[in-house]
Ligand binder design. Structure first.
Ligand code: ASP
Length: 407
């Protein structure tokens, strides 16, 4: 009898950990340093383990995805669909962010800007961004976790294995086997996610209690409203109409990854859970292992929304009203900025500097939102990874339909 008792699923365990973390975090508000000194390090250990496994997973899963497609044209067709979907949804996201920001602008607090200072990181020139996609060394991309370079490596090796053909058969099998080993390793690490989620979130809640959120509550609320609208409207519609899946099922299965993204604020860190989740929903392994690592690197709809809302808020604090032409510039730069944003905590705020500069807004304005960036970040990461998952479902469904037609 005892043995038949069903174990709590990982998703439920993660959810319970989230609730406990919020509760304990609120209780520890007056002792935030204890949470930061003694609880956060365990969250960091967990995040380190995830980071450790993520590079081999991206490299091997993309390679094994490509090899199993056996056809370079098929990879091209999946790649094209993926990139088009990512670009369109990101542009949509930033429009939603701008509309939300403009609609609620009247409710935003007007904070003093006279004593602001923010040291913006030096922006990388556009051509350098392109050049930096291509690795010049076999080891460096992996040791520095430069995901775009790792993706290029995986594409080159994957294509080469296909082109060599029969003679590389054993290499293809080894890649597949190594991929399975990494997935197993990831599964073991993921068993720790409830503890990881608790240890990551509790110090954030303790440190960013109600008092800190204070005057920015309205801006945060608008950003979260836009995050939710984007997910519920855009992703639901896409998943339903193009992906042939009920949005309810999609969000239910997506929940563990969403909770994890919320606590870790890292798309790349959430990649292993996302990979598992979409395959459970029925996305094919070959598509998921190509679309998701790419998405965790270049698709950031939540970040785009955040940049739209914050641009409007910062402009309002400086008493500037953005013109329609400036808003169009924001749509373009925020789409590019979100592609360049790394899937790690806080990266979106750095890229906000590029968006502000593009329309002549003072970069120091970032200091107005920097204090609560983590709270913006948790929400935008949820949107980022959910966008990736919706793409995997859609592309997988389209490929299935194509195969069925051929047959
Ligand atoms: N933390 C986000 C992510 O990992 C990126 C950002 O800061 O916007 O997706």
């Amino acid at each position: 009898m005892e043995k038949e008792k069903k174990k709590l699923s990982l998703a439920s365990q993660i959810f319970i950990a989230l609730v406990i973390a919020i509760f304990v975090g609120l209780l520890m508000q007056n002792h935030a340093e204890i949470a930061t000194d003694y609880i956060k390090p365990f969250g960091t250990i967990f995040l380190n383990l995830i980071k450790f496994i993520v590079v081999p997973i991206v490299l091997l899963s993309i390679m094994s995805g490509i090899v199993s497609m056996k056809d370079i044209r098929k990879v091209g067709s999946i790649g094209a669909k993926t990139v088009v979907y990512y670009l369109c949804t990101t542009a949509f996201a930033i429009v939603i962010g701008l509309i939300g920001g403009n609609l609620f602008k009247g409710f935003f607090p007007v904070l003093s800007t006279s004593e602001l200072s923010y040291e913006a990181a030096e922006a990388t020139p556009f051509m350098d961004v392109i050049v930096n996609i291509f690795p010049s060394n076999f080891i460096a991309p992996m040791s520095s976790a430069s995901m775009l370079q790792v993706i290029v490596m995986a594409l080159l090796f994957g294509f080469s294995i296909i082109l060599v053909g029969e003679k590389a058969h054993s290499v293809a099998e080894d890649v597949d086997a190594l991929n399975l080993v990494c997935m197993k390793c990831m599964e073991m690490i993921l068993k720790l996610s409830p503890i990881g989620v608790f240890c990551l979130l509790c110090p954030v809640v303790a440190a960013n209690g109600a008092a800190v959120i204070g005057s920015l509550a309205m801006v945060l609320l608008v950003a979260y409203l836009c995050y939710i609208i984007h997910m519920v409207v855009v992703y639901s519609l896409c998943v339903k109409t193009v992906g042939g899946m009920s949005p309810l099922k999609f969000f239910k299965e997506q929940m563990p990854a969403m909770i994890f993204a919320f606590s870790s604020a890292s798309s790349v860190g959430t990649l292993p859970i996302n990979l598992k989740g979409v395959q459970k929903m029925g996305a094919s392994k070959e598509v998921a292992s190509f679309v998701l690592p790419l998405g965790a690197t270049i698709n950031m709809d939540g970040t785009a929304i955040y940049q739209g809302v914050c641009a409007i808020f910062i402009a309002a604090c400086y008493g500037i009203t953005l013109t329609p032409a400036q808003m169009i510039t924001i749509v373009l730069t925020a789409t590019l900025a979100s592609i360049g944003t790394a899937g790690v905590p806080g990266a979106g705020m750095v890229m906000l500097a590029m968006v502000l500069t593009s329309v002549g807004l003072p970069v120091e304005g970032i200091a107005l939102v920097a204090g609560v960036d983590r709270i913006f970040d948790m929400g935008r990461t949820v949107v980022n990874i959910t966008g990736d998952a919706s793409c995997a479902i859609i592309v997988s469904h389209l490929e299935e339909k194509k195969e069925a037609k051929k047959a």
